[in-house]
Design a protein around this ligand. Structure first.
Ligand code: NAD
Length: 304
């Protein structure tokens, strides 16, 4: 059993940390939010006063933070993990950040005799609770092997995407597509509803055409179609993912036409004060504007 640290105990991080505890490992935690720390302490974790303290208490530290600058600060900043972690220590970076930041942090850690494995996650907060996340892993093979027992506490589907940063490259690629599909679903359903079609009719027809995508049967029935926009996946985080993808696309020489359109829809929701709500709020905004309602009858609301 290992001494593990965990930084970032939010919607995703808290259940992931709990699953490491359930796996029998000892856990030291840090979050800016004292309530989030307290909940983990009640479950058996030890509270730390800084990421440095987490590093000093751990062989392996997991970071699950909102944005690249938070991850960079928590690992390499003042009182960061790197100041406390001993040589041979490994950080598992599981947030959604750009591959370049991931590689920069990893290079710095390796110069100090430490290592970084990137393993951002796919699926939802429900899967974080059940330890069934999809893990997109990048890094040096030896380091990956060492952290595997910790990864296994959080996910049940592992993809080895390549060297350092390749897990984050995979995640950003996944999320620009998943998020823009979500925006497109919302727009198309609003159009159909305003034309007078029912949700059931659109689903029945589209299930057999190329319009169908898994969000109609997974995320939407559990959130938007039952009127729930509690986070879930917050709009501010979805916007961050698409923004990171657009920046990377521009750098690579791709014009991010679809990404920019998705980002504009998410930004409008943030400007309206909904940044902390689930992405389901995008549908509700169109419903309110158009005077329509995309609610599924309870019997049909089950994900298939
Ligand atoms: P969240 O906002 O719910 O949680 C983030 C946590 O980090 C909060 O508890 C916050 O207090 C803490 N925090 C912020 N800055 C900090 C700092 N500098 N030091 C210490 N703690 C700090 O976010 P989340 O939904 O748990 O997502 C975390 C990451 O996982 C994000 O990068 C997100 O894009 C990604 N992700 C989220 C989902 C999802 O469905 N929510 C799914 C896959 C990936």
């Amino acid at each position: 059993m290992a001494n593990v640290g965990f930084i970032g105990l939010g919607v995703m991080g808290a259940p992931m940390a709990l699953n490491i505890l359930k796996g029998g490992h000892s856990l030291s935690v840090f979050d800016l939010n004292p309530d989030a720390v307290q909940r983990l302490v009640e479950a058996g974790a030890t509270a730390c006063a800084s990421p440095k303290e987490v590093g000093a208490a751990s062989e392996i530290v997991v970071t699950m933070l909102p944005e690249p600058q938070h991850v960079h600060g928590a690992i390499l900043g003042k009182d960061g993990v790197a100041e406390g972690l001993r040589e041979g220590g490994i950080v598992i970076e599981m947030s959604t950040i750009d591959p370049q930041t991931s590689q920069t942090i990893g290079d710095d850690l390796r110069k100090r005799g430490m290592n970084l494995v990137d393993s951002p996650v796919g699926k939802t907060s429900e899967h974080a609770v059940t330890g069934t996340l999809t893990l997109m892993i990048g890094g040096e093979p030896d380091a990956i092997t060492k952290v595997e027992p910790i990864l296994d506490c959080m996910g049940n589907e592992k993809y080895y995407c390549g060297g350092p940063g390749m897990g984050h490259a995979m995640k950003i690629t996944n999320n620009v597509l998943a998020t823009t599909i979500m925006v497109a679903n919302t727009e198309a359903l609003a159009l159909g509803l305003k034309c007078g079609l029912t949700l059931e009719m659109m689903q029945q027809v589209m299930r057999n055409t190329m319009a169908w995508n898994s969000q109609f049967s997974t995320a939407m029935p559990k959130k938007g179609f039952v009127g729930d926009d509690s986070p879930g996946f917050a709009i501010r985080l979805a916007a961050k993912d698409v923004r990171l993808a657009c920046e990377l696309e521009e750098k690579i020489g791709i014009e991010p036409r679809i990404g920019r359109a998705g980002l504009a829809a998410l930004q409008a929701a943030i400007d309206a004060g909904y940044g902390d709500r689930d992405t389901a709020r995008l549908m509700f905004m169109l419903e309110e504007k158009l005077g329509v309602e995309a609610r599924q009858k309870p019997a049909m609301a089950k994900a298939s």
